[in-house]
Structure formats: structure tokens, C-alpha cells
Design a binder for this molecule. Sequence first.
Ligand SMILES: Cc1cc2nc3c(=O)[nH]c(=O)nc-3n(C[C@H](O)[C@H](O)[C@H](O)COP(=O)(O)OP(=O)(O)OC[C@H]3O[C@@H](n4cnc5c(N)ncnc54)[C@H](O)[C@@H]3O)c2cc1C
Length: 944
Amino acid sequence: SLWTRICANGRLSSILTIFNQLHSLGQTIGEEITRVRDKFILFLTSPTRLNKEFERKLHVHTCLEDVFERRLDVQIIFISTPALLGMETFDDSFISEITVEPNKESVKRRSYEYDPDYVYSSPKKRLPESISYMRIREIVQLWIKHPKWKWSTLKRNGAPEIPNKATAYKWRRQVQQGGNKSQKLEEINNHVSQQLQEARSTFKIIKASHIRNWAVEKFTTLGRSTLNFKCGRGWIDRFKKSHKVSSRKINRLVSKREVRSQKTIHEAAKKFREEIKLLSSNYDPSHIFNTDQCGFSYEITPSRTLTTKGEKIVFGYAQSPTNLSTHSYTVQYIISMSGEILGNVFVCLQEPCGKLGPRVKLDVESYLPSNVTLTCSSSGKLSTSLNEYFLVKQVVPKVSQPFVWIVDSWAGHTNLSSYNKLFGKENDMPEICLKIIPEKCTSLVQPLDTFFHRQLKYLAKEILASLEVLLNIAGVHQEDNWNTRHGVIKLQSLLHFFLSAPIFKEMIKYSWYSSGLTVGGGSAGTIVANRLSKYPGNSVLLLEAGGKPNPFMLWPAMAYVGQLKVPGVDWITSVLIGFGRMDVTIKDGQRFGTYAAFLQGKVEARRNLWIYLYSRAIKVHLDKDRVAYGVTYRRHGKTRFVRARKEIILSAGAISCRVNLPVGYNLQDHALTIVGPFTVDDNKAASFLRESNAISLSDYFGRNMGFISTPDSSSGVGYVCSSLAEKDWPDIQYTLIGASTTIPIVSMAHNFKPAIVAPGLPRSRGQIRLASSSPDDKPIIDPHYFTHPDDMRIMTDGMRILIDLIETTQAYRKIGASFATTPLPGCEHFSDLRSNEYYECYLRQLTFTVHHPSCTVPMGKDWRDQRTVLDSKLRVFKTRHLRVIDASVMPYIPNANLNAPTIMIGEKAAHFIRDYWAQQFLVCDMREFLSYRENRQCFYCRLV
Ligand SMILES: Cc1cc2nc3c(=O)[nH]c(=O)nc-3n(C[C@H](O)[C@H](O)[C@H](O)COP(=O)(O)OP(=O)(O)OC[C@H]3O[C@@H](n4cnc5c(N)ncnc54)[C@H](O)[C@@H]3O)c2cc1C
């Protein structure tokens, strides 16, 4: 199959690959090659992973000779890429040896000499074989201008295309007669194409009748004698195809004035770009800002739906169809040239009287997220006075150095009195350099308009359109409505959280790049550390028991069940609604955890952030007033103590929380079982051993693609309902396995495809206890799986549905899937392998964890509730300055995998902390303060 793949693709990943594969294919190569229809086999060798393993070349040589004897009409051509030719490891005798000619008559030889100085240049374009009629006419006109020239003089003086005397005279005759049939057609084509371009340059609306008119017009000037031209539909279709002309939807209608001013607009945009580029050399990119409003509607609906063909009117459901096209509210972001978002997202809601009523105001204030600044107007749009409010709230507290402020020419933005009132030395504020984008140029040069707003809306649309899926994953109740005032604020807060992540920095930079203003473009603890250390007033020490991620574990294929990207496997989608691809965290073919995303290489350099790897915290110290003040940790064999000035945050996961707290009683985890074995037709299951070859390695290292870039064992996920599930609320999760590295038997077998079943919302509760008071002793983890009878019922339902699915769906039938006929060891006494009793026995014999321990330090509303440990701001009850931020804080386990919810907890908690400390002030003993003693005892006091 490798051989056919090579031939089908016409591409090889490396010479080494051929070596290895030919070696193993041995004598069968001759038969394989007969499948190839083409007379040519191209060995296109890429420069990746080429090493000195050319010892096997003689063997390959023999193999190929064998091939030649059998298929003498096959032409072998070796083409080496330039980089390969330049590689020092390349053995130049190789090519000449490999391209021997066993049969000189039938096998043509083409070998390339090894030239270390070879510089690649793309192949030159071949001269066109036929000369266009336009060119012929030019030549003839030149000749007419110089009637005394002989044809040879004409050839020397500007017409080298003339092959001989007869052709020269023939061309003259043809031009005098207005050309032959094909030349006349060519002329008509050129004329129509030219007319079309001219018309489109002034935005004229063109129809097929225009094309016909232009063609007929030209035809009549050419004379009808030699050409019978009807200008039918066929000709118009051919013309459209050959000139890549198609019917397009008109996005915007423009007036005559705008058509005339297009040139002026482009010139103004160009001038503005140059001005900003020049200016940007005097300012730090983090002090060059762009801001603009973006209209949003409460309900965002997709403009398309999938439905059956032939439906005359396609209806789409919307909660308030009449309000959809209207501008409901405005959001305003400030982005910097360095790719950051300045401050909060500014939201202006549309309220009937232009303001919130007193009760609504109180309600909004109770839930308003800290990253949203809210205002309202009767139109939902900003006025000049609201723009001033925006500047006061969003810009004044954030700028400390002179900055560039790029805005469009809307009157509110150009109101200089607002800027004079707020900025400049006289106001004890940094200078503002206001740059107003020329009129009509915003779509060309405003970064927010060229890219950012489109992405913002797309993200919002994606979130709302797939709300159902999101609700499933996040465990939010389905009745939540996002088309309300509350929903809108939540949505905008979520979008702001997303877009503030470092990963979107490059996207924001790209906005600037796409506008042409710059040249060139670039799990819970890590997030908390990143977010808190962003403010120079905070000093953050991150103690981490482990080290940096194991580089091998960054390979998706080495990852455990599905944290990563799954390639498109079409049969999954066709099985059942509720099955789909798994959302995974992967970037450039590598697993992309929170350490890589939030800390590595990005903020390690922050002077107020210390990351101590291999440092295990062993004790959190509380004083007599239960104020947390320090941590004892062990690093490189030494025990040390560190004092915290503000807070101690425990993000050690649901298992490792070992402070003396009433923790560990609410342990929840997703148990899983591997259903199977299912056998499939031989070689239809991916096998890790078979697929781990030079091709997959070179695909991975060369292009971040292929088998290694797929997650270990998962090909897809499914969510279905058991008999105990609430309506439309799935409580079973399936993971469909392709090939595994971590489940040994799966990694070796070629015909084995198990699937994993896990309960989404387990009802059993486990417990974690300390084995002793020593921090070195591992805790006792008692998960109590299946102690609640409902869990067993859900899982047996899950097994039954899955087995039915695999045995009855066409997709699985195609690969010959069938459930084992022998019982699982331990359950041999069951004869009916489809009974609930057998399934229960199976589950008790073969249960693992999905590694989702959580809820051991749950938050709650009231400290009197014995089951809760934390308040809603994740502070430990009856203590001060001690928080827990990780997967353990959840009261209930989410109905899906845990990483994403934990990341969100980290984001939200970082905001709680920032807000809390923003409301405190530092109180110091005056003498200590003045003496600048290093260990001075200060404490914080609440201002409000
Ligand atoms: C093998 C595996 C596969 C998983 N697959 C998925 C998946 O596919 N999808 C998904 O969504 N979720 C998955 N999860 C779950 C997800 O990774 C966790 O739910 C999530 O990481 C929990 O985050 P956390 O911050 O609570 O704890 P963790 O991410 O576990 O972080 C706790 C950190 O604290 C450190 N630590 C512990 N004790 C101490 C101490 N005393 N001193 C200093 N440091 C300490 C640990 O070294 C660790 O780095 C998987 C988990 C595992 C283990």
C-alpha cells in the first residue's frame, strides 16, 4: 500500500523512506508496480530527515533491477529537490548507481550531476507555441510603417518570432483580410475582456447581454465574410470560463461620486499608512492604540441552514425576527499595535430612556463582570458625551506614557475639546497624539475594521450558534438565554476573556498588519500566575512540584485519550447525531497546554514573576487568627519557607490539596470502561506500530501533520442519553478509538478498535484522606465508583447502546466490526454476552479513570454548610488570604472533560483577586515605613 501511495501522490517524503520500505517490500515490489498506470514514476525527494544510511543502497539497487526486468516500459526519473542537492550528507554516487539502465531501449535515463554550488531557480516559462493574433497584427503594422523592409530586416528589427519568409507574407495577407476565423474569434474575445475590465473598474453592473453586445459590436467591425459568429450561450459560457468570470453577489452599492473618488480614497489611505509607519518609529508599539465602535444585535443568527433540496421558502427560527437587522447595542475595544487589548470591553446597551431603571441597575451591578464597562443610550450607539465617558473610564486610568490614538473621522472621535480636557501636561496626564483616519478609508486602514471586528463577530456567532454544544460541555443549564441583557453582558465578558489570552496577540497584530500599519506581524495555576503578574504591583511566586512538560508528551500521538486534535474521520459524523470530532488543544502539531500557552517563553521574563520548578509545597502556615502567611516547600532536597505579602493560592489539583481543611469528601470523577474487544477487518484499524514509520516521522517533523499529530487513541466523541437522563441532556460520553500508544494491545493489533464509555454526570461520591500527617505519604484515594446504583445503570445502558451502534450502523459494518464472542476473564460464568448482568460484571472487572478527579474542595454559598469549603470568590471559609483555584473547587463535576472549565475558573479567579486587591490599601507602621526595613510588617485594610 505504501508503494501505491507513493505512486498515487507522485511524492516521497525522503529517500530514506524508500530505502526502508523497499527493503521490507523485497520481492513483492515487482507485482506492486504493475498497478501503476503511468509510464513515469517520479521519485521526488524532499530534504527532510535525510541521513547517512545509504549502506542499503546495493540492496535497493537489486530490487529495482528486479523491477526493471519485469516492467521494462516503466521510466524511472529521479528528481532531487535543490535543498537535497545541497546537503552534505548526500552521496553523489547514489543517483548514478540507482539510475542504471537494465534495458537501454525502453528505459530512458535522466541523471543529475551533484553540484554543491547549485542554486535553485524556478523553471523558465516555455515560449508560447502559437503567436497571438494581436502580436501578428503589431508585426504587420510595423512592416506597413516600413514598406521598404525585407522580411529579414523586419525579423532583425523587432519581430524575432517570424520563422520564415512564407509565414511573414502569410501573416501580412491575413491581417489585410482581417484575420482568419480563429484570429477573428480571438480578437472578439480580447475586445469583450477589455470592455468588461473597463466597466468593472467603474463598478458597472454587467449582465450576459452586455457581453453579447460587445461581442456583436466587434464582430460587425471585423466583417462577416470569413466568420459565421452567432454569439450564442455556448460562446458566452466558454468566454466566462476562460476569463474566470462568474456571477457574484453585490456587497455594496456605491454612488457616482464614490466611484469618482475611489482613486482619491486609495491615495489618502496610502498617505495615512505612511504617516503612521513614520510615527511608529517614535513610539513603543504598546502605546499606539486604535479604537472604534462595533454594532452588535442581541440575537445573532446564521444566514444559512442545512435543509432538503427543493424547499421553496427556507424558514429560520429566531426569537425576535423583527429586531435582527437593527443595531441593538455597541461594543468598543481598544487594541494596541503590540497585540494587546487595553482595559475592559466597553458595552453601550440600548435602553428605552437612555438609562437603566433603579431596580435594573441594582440587578446589573450585582452580576456585572469586572472586565465589562457598561453604559447605555436610547439608540444603543455612542454619542459625543458617551465617548468622553469612554475616555474617562477606559483610557485615562490605563495610560502612563505619551501615546498615539488612531480613530476614524466620526464627530465624537474628532471632538478635540474632550482630549484637551483629559490629556496633556496641564492635566498631569501623558500627551496624546491624535491621528484621524481620512474619510472613507476606515475599511482600508483601520486595524479594527480590517480584521479584528470580523473575528469578534465570528467568535460571538460561533458561541451562540453552537450554544447547545457549549451548554453540554460547560454543564450550564439549558434554559439559560443569551439574548437578554444579562446574556449579552455575559457573552461580551466571555469574548473579552478569550481575546485577552496571549494566543490572540498574534491575531491582533495581524489586524495591524492587514491594515498596512506595521510591516511583519507575530490548566488553573499557570493562568492565575500569568494574569496576576501582568500588574507590576503584584509579585507572584509559582511553586510547581513538577518540571517542564516532557517533550515526548508534546507529540499528540503520545497523548492520553483525546486531549488533542482529531483529523477528519468522515464515518463518525454519519453515525448518529451527538457524535463528532473532539475539541482539543493543539498548536503547530504539538499539544498546547496552559504552561505553553500562558507562561513558557512569554512571561518567564517578567521581573515580578518567579517560577520555581521541582518545588513541592509541604505546608501552608496559618497564624492564630487563621490568616495564611507562608508556605514551606522542598526544592532540590532543601526545605525552605516563603512568606506571602498578599495571598496564598492553592492550585495543586483535586488530589494534592493537603492543608488541614474539611476537604476530600466530595470526590467526583468520570469512570470509564473500554468496551470490546471489537474486531474489525484486518488492517482497517490504525496500528501504532505499523504507522510509526519514516513517512509519519517526516510528515510530523516536516509539516506538523500525519499520524503522529493525531491524538493517541481518539477519533471522535459522542454524547447520548441513558434511560435515566433528563430530556435532551446526555449523560453518557463515548470516545471512539483509532490507534493507541497508551493501551498496549491496541497499539499492536491491526484489527482491534475498542471504544470508551464514561458517565457524564456520575452520582457516586468518593473520598480522599490523608494517610498520615507526613507530607511525603501519598493520600488514600477512594473513588467509590458505582456505589450509587444509577451509575451502574447509566454505564450498562451506555454499553448496550454502543454495542448496538457498532454492530448495526453501516459505517462500522463497512469495516467488518463485530463484538467478541468470548466473555471477559472474570465473567466467564455468563453465557449471554448481551445481558445487563454480563455488562455489570464487565464494568466491575474493567474500570479505569478518565483522570478527572474534582470537587474535593467545593465552593458554596454558606460557611455553615458542612459540605462546602470555599466561598463564591474561592476563598477558604474561616481563613484569610487563602484561596483554592483548580478543578477541586467545582461543586459538581461538569458533563464533559475538565480542562476547559478549569481554565475558565483560573481566568475568572484571577479577576476576583485583582479586584479584591484593588480595593485594599496598605497600612504600615510609620517608623517601619520610614526606616525602609526589609522585613517590615505591613497589612492590608479594606477601603470599603
Ligand atoms: C492523563 C490525563 C489525561 C487527561 N485528559 C484530559 C482531556 O483529554 N481533556 C480534558 O479536558 N481534561 C483532561 N484531563 C483532566 C485535566 O487535565 C485536569 O482536569 C486539569 O488539568 C485539572 O487542572 P488543575 O489546575 O485542577 O490541576 P492540575 O492541572 O493537575 O495542576 C496541579 C499542579 O500542581 C502541582 N502540584 C501538586 N501538588 C503540589 C505541591 N504540593 N507543591 C507544588 N506543586 C504541586 C502538580 O505538579 C500540577 O502541575 C486529563 C488528566 C490527566 C491526568
